[in-house]
Design a protein around this ligand. Structure first.
Ligand code: COA
Length: 325
């Protein structure tokens, strides 16, 4: 048995924040942001939440897969911007979509989270434990962004993407997934403003701000070096060649990172679709959002082999191969 994507869905907030709008918040310019990142705008949640976007994306994926919510065995949500620690986002999505038979939990691996969750879903299917799994990446990064920090606030956006992974006869692919906790301080999001250690009267006064903090250049170099290596490795592990890959679906952080990866691999630009121009970096949501768009645009054909590649906080990074249904 192996896991096959039977449906995709996406949901993004309706409010759009243009680069120009950021000029009134921090000292930056539309031209600088476009040139350094390729981002032109991002969607920001006003009414929407991590749960509501995840649920909407999940419903769309279920419709395409022609499955009812009750047929879902498991819901895995990757997020680093949950509304609540408990109940987890996956359980709240279960409540929203009425997937009453599913076991649900969240997975935290920052911008690599969708790849990690997809690989986890495939492992459950290949072990014969579950048949139908919803894998969701959903983020409200606007809630954890310091809107006075021009080094980060220009990058991020909100949104959700979902896929239904279902069991089919066949053999799966081996992933290549990695972590390096020793380099974790390069990209952080400290938790809980009301943290109250045992024995203290009230929350500590010197709280670390609960925003994304980043050494941009260190992350850029990490991604540009480690992703080509992980792609080469996943192709090698599965006894394939670059010519067997139709598209590389990379985490959408920065156009220059994607271009650097393509150059290092010696692969043509058309194999690296991008959409961060419209959404910015949506962390866990970026890969399923892009997959959904590629499908909607008719780019994906039955039998196409895709490489998914994520990288981000932890540090974490990883690649997985799939064959399009
Ligand atoms: N607008 C205008 N100027 C800015 C700016 C902004 N938003 N942010 C930084 N600058 C300035 C810097 O202060 C610096 O000025 P100086 O030369 O006078 O000191 C100059 O621009 C260059 O800064 P630098 O940090 O070298 O820019 P960069 O080319 O590395 O681009 C990032 C910055 C953040 C866009 C880039 O490092 C990046 O994308 N890194 C990866 C981040 C990422 O993807 N993180 C998520 C991974 S999941």
């Amino acid at each position: 048995m192996t896991g096959v994507i039977k449906g995709t869905g996406a949901s993004v907030p309706s409010y759009i924040l243009e680069n120009k709008d950021l000029e009134s918040l921090v000292e930056t310019s539309d031209a600088w942001i476009r040139e350094r990142t390729g981002i032109e705008r991002r969607h920001i949640a006003i009414e929407e939440t991590t749960v509501s976007m995840a649920a909407r994306a999940a419903q769309e994926a279920l419709e395409e897969a022609k499955l009812s919510p009750e047929q879902i065995d498991m819901i895995l949500v990757s997020t680093m911007s949950p509304e609540d620690i408990m109940p987890c986002t996956a359980c709240q999505v279960q409540r929203e979509i009425k997937a009453s038979h599913a076991v649900c939990f969240d997975l935290s691996a920052a911008c690599s989270g969708f790849v990690m969750a997809y690989v986890t879903a495939c492992a459950y299917i290949e072990a014969g434990i579950f048949q139908n799994i919803l894998v969701i990446g959903s983020e409200c990064l606007s809630n954890v962004t310091d809107w006075s920090d021009r080094g980060t606030c220009i990058l991020f956006g909100d949104g959700a993407g979902a896929v239904v992974v279902a069991a089919e006869e066949g053999t799966g692919y081996l992933p290549a997934i990695y972590s390096d906790g020793a380099r974790g301080e390069a990209l952080t999001l400290k938790s809980r403003p009301n943290h109250k250690p045992f024995g203290e009267e009230s929350p500590g006064e010197e709280e670390t701000p609960c925003y994304i903090q980043m050494d941009g250049q260190a992350i850029f170099k990490f991604a540009a070096r480690s992703i080509p290596q992980a792609i080469e490795e996943v192709i090698r592990r599965n006894r394939l060649h670059k010519g067997d890959i139709a598209y590389y679906v990379l985490h959408q952080a920065n156009e220059r990172i994607v271009e650097a990866v393509a150059k290092r691999l010696g692969e043509p630009a058309y194999k690296f679709p991008m959409n961060m121009r419209e959404y910015g970096n949506t962390s866990s949501a970026s890969i399923p959002l892009l997959l959904h768009e590629m499908k909607e645009q008719g780019l994906l054909h039955s039998g196409d082999r895709l490489v998914l590649a994520g990288f981000g906080g932890g540090l974490t990074w990883g690649t997985a191969i799939l064959t399009w249904k």
